[in-house]
Design a protein around this ligand. Sequence first.
Ligand SMILES: Nc1ncnc2c1ncn2[C@@H]1O[C@H](COP(=O)(O)OP(=O)(O)OP(=O)(O)O)[C@@H](O)[C@H]1O
Ligand SMILES: [Mg+2]
Length: 303
Amino acid sequence: MIDIKGLYKSFGQLQVLRGISLKVSDGEVVCIIGPSGSGKSTLLRSINLLERPTYGEIWIDGKLITPPDPYLHFDVIRASNTYRHMAQERQLPPDSPEDLDIVRRIKEQDLLKPREGRPYLDLMRRIEREHRVDDHYTRRRIGMVFQHFNLFPHMTVMENMVYAPMHVNKLSRQEAEQKALTLLNTVGLMDKKDVYPATLSGGQKQRVAIARALCMEPEYLLFDEPTSALDPEMVKEVLAVIKALVESGISMVLVTHEMGFAREIADRICFLDEGILVEDAPPDVFFSTPKSDRAKAFLEKVL
Ligand SMILES: Nc1ncnc2c1ncn2[C@@H]1O[C@H](COP(=O)(O)OP(=O)(O)OP(=O)(O)O)[C@@H](O)[C@H]1O
Ligand SMILES: [Mg+2]
């Protein structure tokens, strides 16, 4: 399961994600939709560690993949100098109304500083030690497919496919090529294994990119508008590949503007607007009876 807790992301003064909490269960397909600039790509990139959250944590299968966020742990806040000063050494029992008031104030007003004393640091380190995994763990489990394919232009299709399995997963060339051939076959591109990406159509490039992601045997696949850079006649072939993947039962988070497709394959639709998860509902519910005015306005424009 992917468990995103209270995710915030700012670039300088610009707040892009403003407190996103979202769970993706095993085998679930979650489609993320929303206006341009609402933070969809930033959310996906955060799951894949291409961005570091400003606040919040992301857990995968019970392991913490981001640095711990002190604001999500009341005991950490209580161990800080700031808390102690504010509580003025009064013996406040934990969870007493006054204690909770202080903890909430520290959290809401973002009062913690980088150095908060030894007990605070010890607790932060303990969370790291007990729960945090290194980036390799995440990169092996999560595959990502981008709008613009991101194939390595100086490598053949086959070299693109085997690079990460050999270097990250430490497969032998033979094992990696075997796997790559099987996957190229599934996406119907076996005959393209020795060509360079520049000679492929957009649809073919995207199918290679999907096969390349699968070559790492990820448990989760993230798609960021996988068809929006494609000519209309190529959209279908890529959606067909994604649909076959859905049927294989892999967990998926997909950002898309293809509303019909989202409705067809998603277990849940998450509607993002201005960095806030405004709605999270099964497709039938979302498309027939959106609750918020923002979702209604968005759907009126795109449907
Ligand atoms: N590295 C960055 N530095 C500064 N601003 C950024 C950065 N990445 C994204 N942004 C800004 O964050 C906001 C959200 O961007 P994001 O790409 O997540 O939106 P999106 O929902 O994926 O939009 P689209 O549908 O157009 O792809 C935008 O205003 C964007 O300009
Ligand atoms: Mg985007």
